[in-house]
Design a protein around this ligand. Structure first.
Ligand code: GDP
Length: 429
């Protein structure tokens, strides 16, 4: 049984918490795309952690954590992350890294920085983790697969070849120091030492696991609106954030993914540039940012303050549709308890016409939000475990949103902890 946990929006919806929670009943948790450019925040018995590369199942003794072939693997970052959790008394997790995963090279990170510098005010707001140069090289077929670390002759030859190309760019385009192939080779030897205990034929491992009836979770990073194809191009990430890509980025048949749990936050937030129709500003935004998430809405990787906005039914309906949602997990609802009235974005007005269908990115900059206000519930809802015990206005808020997006909200998260969850029977399911 394979389930995917993915985001409907710009990321930071609370996927880490939902994955950590579902991992209790899972055997294998897989990261299948993206790299260390975004983070998941997890609160559990060991404390509060920000994970960037490791799947959110690493805190359980019974799970295997897998880095799939679709991931942008930064080997030193992975090593540091393992150390950062084991230093805080989390038992060493069982980790497998796909022999087909490709490696984020030191020059990917530099090129990401140099390109953002070059673009100046027109930059993409990259996290400078090397993700765009990494995926560009992967598809240009000059990336390094983990398996290649173990083929010395091939590696030597390829390092020289790739350095030739990168050095032309570094010298003539960016006017920066060149790469020494010998140094790069030495770095790759270090990487090989670090990663070799974890390397595995992941798709074969998963094939066997599925035959044995194991429960597998695919953990997505970011959300639909950051997907390279279906997101707000070009303000997207460089890999697919959709559940469908889980099949490719882990190496399993697409029909094995039976449940797609799409995580939607009860309000919106985004990092980086790009259209954000329901965005709010000033004091209203500051207040929500301060109260949001668990200790404020600031990037788990970058610490950047997130952009804030009201719940966006147009973007979320689209986000859920592209994921192929079977269940919606509606998160961080507890945070909204301070508001007298809660606006919800129910449509976009573009050139005088209102639509509820999310348009292509080039039209988005013209879209104005159509807001509908809901009365708040003005109380603390943390600790509530039964749906019926939620205040009426809170249930109305959930049910209205469910009706607008058209996918069943079967989980409501009302706090950052593993047990802060309310299961709900939806009439849509
Ligand atoms: P992810 O990237 O989708 O995993 O999301 P992040 O981890 O970046 O952001 C979610 C933040 O909200 C984290 O700080 C979580 O601990 C926190 N969080 C998750 N669910 C809830 C919830 O229901 N209530 C509150 N207050 N915080 C939550």
């Amino acid at each position: 049984m394979v389930k995917a946990v993915v985001g409907a929006n710009w990321g930071d919806e609370g996927k880490g918490k939902i994955t950590d929670m579902l991992a209790r009943q899972a055997d294998i948790i897989i990261r299948f795309q993206g790299g260390a450019n975004a983070g998941h925040t997890i609160v559990n018995d060991y404390g509060k952690f920000a994970l960037h590369t490791l799947p959110s199942g690493v805190f359980y003794g019974h799970t295997t954590s897998v880095i799939g072939n679709g991931v942008a693997l930064n080997i030193p970052v992975l090593m540091n992350e393992i150390k950062s959790i084991t230093d805080r008394d989390v038992p060493m997790p069982k980790i497998l890294v796909s022999d087909r995963a490709q490696i984020v090279m030191p020059y990917h990170i530099l090129l990401d920085q140099y390109e953002e510098e070059r673009l100046g005010g027109k930059s993409f707001g990259s996290t400078k983790s090397g993700i765009a140069p990494f995926y560009s090289d992967k598809y240009a077929k000059i990336g390094f697969q983990v398996s290649e670390l173990f083929e010395e002759e091939l590696l030597k030859e390829k390092v020289v070849r790739v350095c030739e190309q990168k050095n032309v760019m570094l010298e003539h385009m960016y006017h920066k120091p060149l790469i020494d192939p010998k140094e790069l080779l030495a770095t790759l030897h270090e990487y090989k030492e670090m990663i070799s205990p974890f390397v595995c034929d992941v798709s074969l491992f998963l094939h066997k696991a599925m035959k044995e009836g194991k429960t597998i979770l695919l953990e997505g990073q970011l959300g639909t609106l950051k997907d390279t194809d279906h997101g707000i191009y070009p303000m997207v990430t460089s890999s697919s954030t959709l559940a469908a890509y889980g099949a490719i980025g882990a190496g399993i048949p697409p029909y094995e993914i039976r449940e797609i749990i799409t995580v939607c936050k009860a309000y919106s937030s985004a990092v980086g540039a790009g259209a954000f129709v329901s965005e709010i500003f000033g004091e209203e935004a500051d207040e929500l940012r301060k109260r949001g998430g668990d200790g404020g809405e600031y990037g788990a990787t970058t610490g950047r303050p997130r952009r804030m906005g009201w719940f966006d039914c147009v973007a979320s309906k689209y986000g859920c549709r592209l994921q192929g949602t079977t269940d919606v997990a509606f998160t961080v609802l507890d945070v909204l308890g301070y508001l007298d009235e809660i606006p919800i974005c129910v449509g976009y007005e573009i050139d005088g016409e209102v639509t509820t269908d999310f348009p292509v990115a080039s039209k988005l900059s013209k879209a104005k939000p159509v807001l509908k206000k809901f009365p708040g519930w003005k109380c603390e809802i943390r600790g509530i475990r039964k749906y019926e015990d939620l205040p009426e206005n809170c249930r109305k808020y959930i049910e209205f949103i469910e009706g607008q997006i058209g996918y069943p909200i079967t989980m409501v998260s009302n706090g950052p902890g593993r047990n802060d969850i309310i299961y709900r029977n939806s009439s849509l399911k």
